[in-house]
Design a protein around this ligand. Structure first.
Ligand SMILES: *[C@@H]1O[C@H](CO)[C@@H](O)[C@H](O)[C@H]1NC(C)=O
Ligand SMILES: *[C@@H]1O[C@H](CO)[C@@H](O)[C@H](O)[C@H]1NC(C)=O
Ligand SMILES: *[C@@H]1O[C@H](CO)[C@@H](O)[C@H](O)[C@H]1NC(C)=O
Ligand SMILES: *[C@@H]1O[C@H](CO)[C@@H](O)[C@H](O)[C@H]1NC(C)=O
Length: 612
């Protein structure tokens, strides 16, 4: 049985991913498309890829509660069918920024659901602890129904509360700007306040890094903690509150942040002894998630255009040149595939989509900053970076009116696009973004449909198009105290109980993406379809039935699923059918099933059935 299921999973996987005959071959559509065309086409794939993994109505989220973000629908090899505080917050920061640009009311419903789910998650006691002293807030992951995950894990992870505060504050600012002050004050702030209190109290203790492997101090964690307290204090002020512990701790966190810089690059993990170089995309992720469009090329806050961050970009990306076969022969100054860290052994150590996209995003954000500040200053720190992409670069200050500025920025843009082109090259033709791609042949590896991979595509595109996130105050929070001190401010914590969102204006969805989920045990060769009374469901004609997907089928949860767009309010009769390899059809037992497509602002819905 196990073998059969594995085989059927494999077949479904191949069908879905359409690898063609030879796995290393780049899919033809991607090959034909220019980078611009590919980026435009991939945008909606990435956007719907994110939404598919958000409960309870996302197309691949069966089993996840409302507002819960799955890391991936993958349930085995690896099992990522959980919700991580970090991943969810990074994903929702990207969605909030999309919402602020688009004012897409469907997205707003998702954001409200996410925030409501976080209010509840904060109160769940878990192996990291409880809310009462804050310790439980740093639990890295929860079950998809929002209950505690009690297995062994690398915990606590102290970046989660900071990132969640940042995501919620981004939405809180929109609420204030649009006269929803009470929602900002009474719904968003109580959750944010707990997370800020957590950061202020625990930032100076070790914990696990974003890759959940190293117990120590992590540059990414420290950087996002600093950001959260700075913008947390400002957000508190904007709703008539205050955050004294944000103000007392933020400068000390900034002071500590400097100690990760070794003169040449950022050593991403300190206060630990792991026998690694410390070169880690951790640092580049920190720079893109603490990018402040109002800041200059500031070294203290490690802005994307800062000499330190550019130097680090080169040292880090160079570290992947010798370790991945697909980088063989790519010359200095041209982009390479980027992974987490060169010593990585997870799945044998491969490039990651989100890491390669982050390498591009840092450079696009840097380009914005150079353009805005009106000059590029090349220092001895950043010179090797510049020389690698523009060999005649020399130290000095180059105003935007100079030809050198034009050459440098043009080389930088080309170089940044190179990283995106690597991702294009190794993305299958259906646009699905897994976690990793094989270091030797570039084929997708590890978890399929990684939510964070899709979100990293969205933020890369925004940076490339100069669609800017809000400033978080880096420009006035870059004074490093002369002496660093160990410190902490003990906080108070309280459950946030108000999730009564106001009635936002929203448009009733005309069409609803309805996902049919059915638990139906099958053997190899059998496939499950849904057929029903309306044309979209084949008008009871079994040859026009909608095929369902078994890519998440397991012995325990024999799930077949698929989505169809149906008109809001439509009344539907349907049944599931099973087709044998030779085409014979078996129908479910009577009666016919009935469903009315909801009429609301929500544009997605989900049905959970069991074969009968
Ligand atoms: C605490 O802060 C001090 C001062 O910056 C620093 O030396 C120490 O390494 C920090 N420890 C941790 C675990 O953050
Ligand atoms: C992580 O490191 C700290 C400080 O060195 C130690 O107290 C703690 O027990 C470690 N945690 C785990 C899970 O190893
Ligand atoms: C640089 O800034 C100017 C003026 O703000 C703007 O018009 C232009 O599009 C920017 N260029 C780039 C490459 O961002
Ligand atoms: C189910 O629907 C079909 C098509 O309308 C109909 O022929 C059949 O009688 C229905 N079955 C039951 C049990 O009502």
């Amino acid at each position: 049985m196990a073998f059969r299921i594995t085989l059927s999973y494999f077949l479904a996987f191949c069908l879905l991913h359409d690898f063609g005959s030879a796995i290393p071959t780049v899919p033809s559509i991607a090959k034909r498309a220019t980078l611009e065309e590919w980026i435009v086409g991939q945008g909606p794939v990435a956007f719907s890829g994110v939404l598919a993994n958000i409960g309870s109505t996302g197309a691949k989220s069966y089993g996840a509660s409302q507002g819960i973000v799955l890391a991936s629908p993958s349930k085995s090899n690896p099992d990522y069918f959980y919700t991580w505080t970090r991943d969810s917050a990074l994903v929702f920061k990207a969605l909030v920024d999309q919402f602020i640009t688009s004012e897409d009311t469907n997205l707003q419903i998702e954001i409200n659901d996410y925030i409501s789910a976080q209010a509840k998650l904060q109160t769940v006691s878990n192996p990291s602890g409880e809310l009462s002293n804050g310790a439980g807030l740093a639990e890295p992951k929860y079950m998809p129904d929002g209950t505690a995950f009690t297995g062994d894990w690398g915990r606590p992870q102290r970046d989660g509360p900071a990132l969640r505060a940042t995501a919620l504050i981004a939405y809180g600012r929109w609420l204030l700007a649009n006269n929803y002050d009470s929602a900002a004050r009474d719904i968003v702030w109580p959750i944010v306040r707990n997370d800020l209190a957590y950061v202020a109290q625990y930032w100076n203790q070790t914990g696990f890094d974003l890759w959940e492997e190293v117990n120590g101090s992590s540059f990414f964690t420290t950087a996002v903690q600093h950001r959260a307290l700075v913008e947390g204090s400002a957000f508190a002020g904007s709703i008539g509150q205050s955050c004294a512990s944000c103000n007392s701790q933020a400068p000390q966190i900034l002071c500590f942040l400097q100690t990760y810089w070794n003169g040449q690059y950022i050593v991403s993990n300190i206060n630990t002894n792991i026998g690694r170089s410390g070169k880690d995309v951790n640092s580049v992720l920190a720079s893109i998630h603490t990018f402040d469009p109002e800041a200059g090329c500031d070294d203290a806050t490690f802005q994307p255009c800062s000499p330190r961050m550019l130097a680090n970009h080169k040292v880090l990306t160079d570290s992947f040149r010798p370790v991945y076969g697909i980088n063989n022969g790519i010359p200095q100054g041209s982009a390479v595939a980027v992974g987490r860290y060169p010593e990585d052994v997870y799945f044998n150590g491969n490039p990651w989509y989100l890491a390669t996209l982050a390498a591009a995003e840092q450079l696009y954000s840097a380009l914005y900053q150079f353009n805005k500040t009106g000059s590029i200053t090349i220092t001895s720190t950043s010179l090797p970076f510049w020389q690698s992409i523009y060999p005649s670069a020399a130290s000095g200050n180059f105003p935007s009116s100079s030809p050198t500025f034009a050459s440098l920025t043009s080389s930088l843009k080309t170089y940044a696009d190179g990283y995106v082109a690597i991702v294009q090259k190794y993305t299958p033709s259906n646009g699905g973004l897994a976690e990793q791609f094989d270091k030797s042949n570039g084929s997708p590896l590890s978890a399929v449909d990684l939510t964070w991979s899709y979100a990293s595509f969205l933020t890369m595109v925004s940076a490339r198009n100069n669609i800017l996130p809000a400033s978080w105050g880096a420009d006035s929070a870059n004074q490093v105290p002369p002496v660093c001190a160990s410190s902490s401010a003990t906080g108070t914590y309280a459950a946030s109980t108000n999730t009564n969102w106001p009635n936002f204006d929203c448009n009733t969805a005309a069409s609803v993406q309805v996902t049919f989920n059915v638990l139906a045990s099958t053997v190899v060769g059998q496939n499950i379809f849904v057929v029903g009374s309306i044309a979209e469901l084949g008008s009871w004609d079994t040859s026009k039935a909608i095929p369902l997907d078994a890519s998440r089928y397991t012995d325990g949860v024999p799930l077949w699923y698929g989505s169809v767009n149906l008109a809001a309010g439509a009344q539907v009769q349907y049944k599931y059918i099973r087709k044998e390899a030779d085409g014979r059809v078996s129908w479910e037992n009577d009666p016919n099933r009935s469903y009315t497509v909801p009429t609301s602002c929500r544009s997605s819905a989900s049905i959970g059935d069991t074969w009968r």
